[in-house]
Design a protein around this ligand. Structure first.
Ligand code: FES
Ligand SMILES: [Fe+2]
Length: 353
């Protein structure tokens, strides 16, 4: 069975996805129903009625509660059953799991692990999505591939040279090396490409002709979010002076072979230019379509790969290797904690012996 890092915040959707009408999401194989209370608070509960496992997302909200569409069990925002229509008493076990939720900068984040460990302060910074100094284009995708492939894809941007030739790619990308740094659970992969042309997709919007220093810095907050700080600046000039782009990639596992991909592309140039926004929206959809097609083909490759055949990592995979190590260590820690929390099944007498 696939193991997931659960003690983390995953993007469960856009703020606009969650309304009074219940909506279902599967995150790390856990079905979750999301809805809003009357005062607009987002709520996340297990999407499985305690009575007979019917999805609550098929029901309706009544006040701050959700009513199961099968036999009418009703649950409050805390997951406790408050009404069983067919009888006056409410069974003690009639309760569904409540998930911690944070709504921030247009995203709804859900904590899938031990609720006692959930700290809203751990949700990474994504303020560019709502900052008026920046303009943002968004997309949502269901990628039919494991989340690991999306992480690898974002940590090794040499694929732009080949997969995204017509939009953001150029041979000069793979010709430049990377600097990899690790800070806690964050892996950064930085690539500076001095004295090059702007990428075709942005050159016109930036009105950038001639040579510039281009840069990419992917920050992977393992295991849920990649923030790509990229852009171009004058040759030899500080990055902050340039045309800056922040690409936020919220990656949420659905199951072993499927992932949600929540994407926001924020720019600090041509901010009020609606035509540029539309052109970028279309161009970036092309980039994401190219990624989806490649990763889905790669998923097939992974599933049919003989046991014992492994990836051949190269120097450009330095960030990939570091991130895999962090992911493995987070998984190991969660499994150890879970194993320690399971009470022994041995009878007390034999434990004493
Ligand atoms: S399954 Fe929900 S009330 Fe019966
Ligand atoms: Fe890509």
């Amino acid at each position: 069975m696939k193991m997931y890092v659960l003690n983390t915040w995953y993007v469960a959707g856009w703020s606009t996805d969650v309304t009074r009408k219940p909506v279902r999401r599967i995150i790390c194989e856990q079905p979750i129903v999301l809805f809003r209370t009357q005062d607009n608070q987002a709520v996340a509960l297990a999407d499985r009625c305690a009575h007979r496992a019917f999805p609550l997302s098929e029901g309706r909200t009544i006040g701050d509660s959700i009513e199961c569409g099968y036999h009418g069990f009703t649950y409050g925002a805390d997951g406790a059953c408050t009404r069983v229509p067919a009888q006056s008493s409410i069974p003690e076990r009639a309760r569904v799991r409540k998930y911690p939720v944070v709504e921030k900068d247009g995203w709804i984040w859900v904590w899938t692990g031990d609720a006692d460990l959930a700290d809203p302060a751990d949700v990474p910074d994504t303020h560019w999505m709502v900052d008026p100094e920046w303009a943002t284009v968004t997309h949502s995708y269901h990628f039919q591939c494991r989340a690991d492939l999306i992480h690898d894809n974002l940590l090794d941007l040499t694929h732009e040279s080949f997969l995204h030739k017509t939009t953001v790619g150029d041979d000069y990308i793979y010709e430049h090396g990377i600097t990899v740094e690790v800070d806690g659970n964050v892996v950064s992969v930085d690539r500076l490409m001095p004295s090059v042309e702007a990428p075709p997709l942005y050159a016109e919007t930036m009105d950038a002709r001639g040579l510039f220093d281009r840069f990419h810095c992917t920050e992977f907050f393992v295991p849920n979010l990649h923030v790509l700080h990229s852009g171009i600046t004058g040759e030899g000039r500080p990055r902050e002076e340039g045309f800056l782009i922040k690409v936020l990639n919220g990656i949420t596992p659905i199951d072993e072979h499927n992932s949600w991909y929540y994407y926001a592309f924020s720019r600090n140039f041509a901010v009020d230019n609606a035509q540029a926004t539309e052109e970028l929206r279309i161009g970036l959809a092309t980039v994401l379509d190219e990624d989806a097609a490649a990763l889905e083909a790669q998923e097939v490759g992974m599933r049919t790969r003989p046991e014992g055949e492994h990836d051949v990592l190269i120097a450009q995979d330095g960030g990939v290797a570091k991130a895999r190590r962090i992911l493995a260590s987070l998984l190991r820690k969660e499994q150890q904690a879970a194993a320690a929390a399971v009470p022994s099944r041995e009878p007390a007498a034999s434990r004493r012996a």
